[in-house]
Design a binder for this molecule. Structure first.
Ligand SMILES: Cc1cc2nc3c(=O)[nH]c(=O)nc-3n(C[C@H](O)[C@H](O)[C@H](O)COP(=O)(O)OP(=O)(O)OC[C@H]3O[C@@H](n4cnc5c(N)ncnc54)[C@H](O)[C@@H]3O)c2cc1C
Length: 508
């Protein structure tokens, strides 16, 4: 395979055109090609710039002419004989990728997941969206695939890491389009990611990984020197050599248990706010430089005394109830692969520094409960953005996509005076960037679970600083935010266990 960089193609070029451009460059027919990267150059005459892998006859001739031969990096670890057991608590992206990698080298892997498999989980979530009957163990946060299963499944991350291709390759192997490898802001959509995760789980089960769904871990087994030596569930005790903890940021009961077990944790800054919704056509009209005409995104950032920013934008998506606890309200966003709801939503969040609260988990839960107490139901709180700016309350300019309905609420009551001021400055700034942003939009909230308020401290070997054999990972432990970064953290933990094994072997 040859790697050809800097291939320029017109905006409207199709697969055949690209093939012709490559053949013209090489002056020879190509057998096959795959796009590795594709980015938009919007200067002057907009066009795409691609990196392509090309399968061509007489490859060496081209290498002699200075073309680059592509040698894929082998990121699969070598297999070895081991009788050690890894227990994985939580099957979100961090749990899934650590399970996959540890199993592939030969560890016995046992996964405990509080929630259900996707098919049953989808039924529970759809029932909740229709009837308001919440199952606190099977919902948008809990179950096979973790929080990302009901999402836009955007695969964006600012992290540069060699394992990103490893993650994307696995998604592609189990059914994702290979567009996710090269598209900027690639997304899969909730309908597709569900199928892909289900297939990965089936594959792991067929390979001998042991799964315990609907069986939450309720305690750690510890020895006299504060080392974790296994886990306990309602069904029994399971000894293990390595315990990977990837329970997400909504596992309040697990954090209580860790506190009782004196596992070292620290406070972390958070962000909170609400979703804003606009007609998608309005967002599309305003993105005058955009090449695509539909489902446009925006990224907004305001740097005042505190940061205010848009987060997790879902073009053509819906706002969803994302609570896992009864009598609370939490919003988030989700979309299907087609992104065709007709509405755009994104979270608008303001930073809250750790010095501003005592117990972050309790702080967020109290806000979620306060919202429920006001609504007296799972209907979200909502207000026109214009009314929020003017401290007024009028009927919404359009109905929110939030499936359980909304209750009018003045979000001026929701924030501290100083934060309100900063938020309103931010909205004025966003309105300058996207004229009409205030006039044409509504607020739906509250949005409280964009990140974890705690970090479970790890040492240089990725183990808890005071509880040996316990490996905190992913978003809930404070080491990721989003599908890709949490998947990467799961791989990081798996690698830490492999290196420990290699070190023990070489020390012997
Ligand atoms: C609605 C929504 C939309 C999102 N959209 C996107 C997006 O488009 N792109 C993106 O990158 N990110 C998105 N995110 C964020 C992303 O999903 C998370 O960052 C990511 O899933 C976190 O991964 P994780 O492995 O740390 O934990 P999680 O995915 O939270 O998984 C933790 C798992 O642990 C289980 N668990 C909890 N306690 C226990 C216990 N005691 N025993 C056993 N199991 C337990 C839970 O049931 C859960 O399944 C979204 C999140 C939500 C809620």
């Amino acid at each position: 395979m040859l790697l050809l960089n800097e291939i320029k193609i017109p905006i409207d070029a199709d697969e055949n055109d690209l093939k012709k451009i490559i053949e013209k460059k090489l002056k020879a027919p190509v057998r096959n090609y795959t796009i590795r990267k594709k980015s938009l150059d919007a200067r002057k005459e907009p066009h795409y710039v691609c990196s392509v892998l090309v399968d061509v006859d007489h490859e060496d001739r081209y290498v002699r002419k200075g073309y680059q031969k592509y040698i894929p990096e082998d990121l699969d670890p070598p297999c070895f004989d081991t009788d050690e057991t890894c227990v994985i608590i939580g099957y979100g992206p961090s749990g899934l990728f650590s399970a996959y990698r540890l199993h592939s080298v030969g560890y016995k892997v046992i996964v405990f997941e509080k929630g259900k498999r996707i098919e049953e989980r989808v039924r529970d979530v759809e029932c909740f969206f229709k009837t308001g009957k919440l199952d606190s163990a099977s919902n948008v946060q809990f179950g096979e695939g973790g929080a990302g299963t009901f999402s836009d499944a955007k695969l964006t991350t600012r992290i540069k890491d060699r394992y990103i291709d490893y993650i994307l390759d696995l998604f592609i192997r189990f059914g994702a389009s290979d567009r996710i490898r090269y598209e900027n802001h690639a997304h899969i959509g909730t309908d597709e990611i569900r199928k892909i995760i289900s297939k990965i789980t089936d594959h792991l089960i067929s390979e001998g990984v042991e799964f315990h769904f609907s069986e939450p871990v309720i305690d750690l087994l510890m020895n006299d020197v504060h080392e974790a030596i296994g886990v306990k569930t309602a069904k029994g005790a399971y000894p293990a050599d390595h315990i990977l903890l990837g329970v997400g940021h909504s596992a309040q009961d697990t954090y209580e248990m860790l506190r009782k077990r004196n596992v070292t944790m620290e406070k972390k800054d958070i962000a909170l706010g609400f979703r804003v919704e606009h007609p998608q056509s309005f967002i599309d009209e305003r993105q005058t430089n955009a090449i695509v005409k539909e489902a446009n995104e925006y990224f907004l950032r305001y740097k005042g005394e505190k940061g205010v920013y848009s987060f997790c934008m879902c073009p053509g998506g819906i706002v969803i109830p994302a609570m896992s606890d009864e009598n609370s309200i939490v919003t988030n966003g989700m979309s299907y692969a087609a992104r065709d709801s007709g509405f755009a939503n994104s979270a608008i969040l303001i930073q809250i520094f750790k010095e501003e609260f005592d117990d972050g988990l309790e702080y967020l839960r109290s806000i979620e409960r306060k919202a429920y107490d006001y609504s007296h139901s799972y209907q979200a709180l909502a207000q026109n953005i214009k009314d929020f700016m003017n401290h007024e309350l009028h009927p919404l300019i359009f109905a929110s996509t939030y499936p359980l309905g909304t209750v009018l609420y003045d979000f001026n009551r929701f924030f501290q005076e100083k934060d309100l001021e900063i938020l309103k400055e931010a909205f004025c700034d966003f309105d300058r960037k996207i004229p009409g942003f205030i006039e044409k939009g509504i607020i739906v909230g509250p949005e409280t679970r964009s990140s974890s308020p705690i970090r479970i401290s790890r040492d240089e070997n990725c183990q808890s600083v005071n509880t040996k054999n316990l490996y905190p990972m992913g978003e809930g432990a404070g080491y990721g935010g989003g599908i890709m970064s949490c998947a990467l953290d799961g791989i990081r933990i798996a690698n830490a266990i492999l290196w420990k094994h290699e070190k023990i072997q070489s020390d012997r």
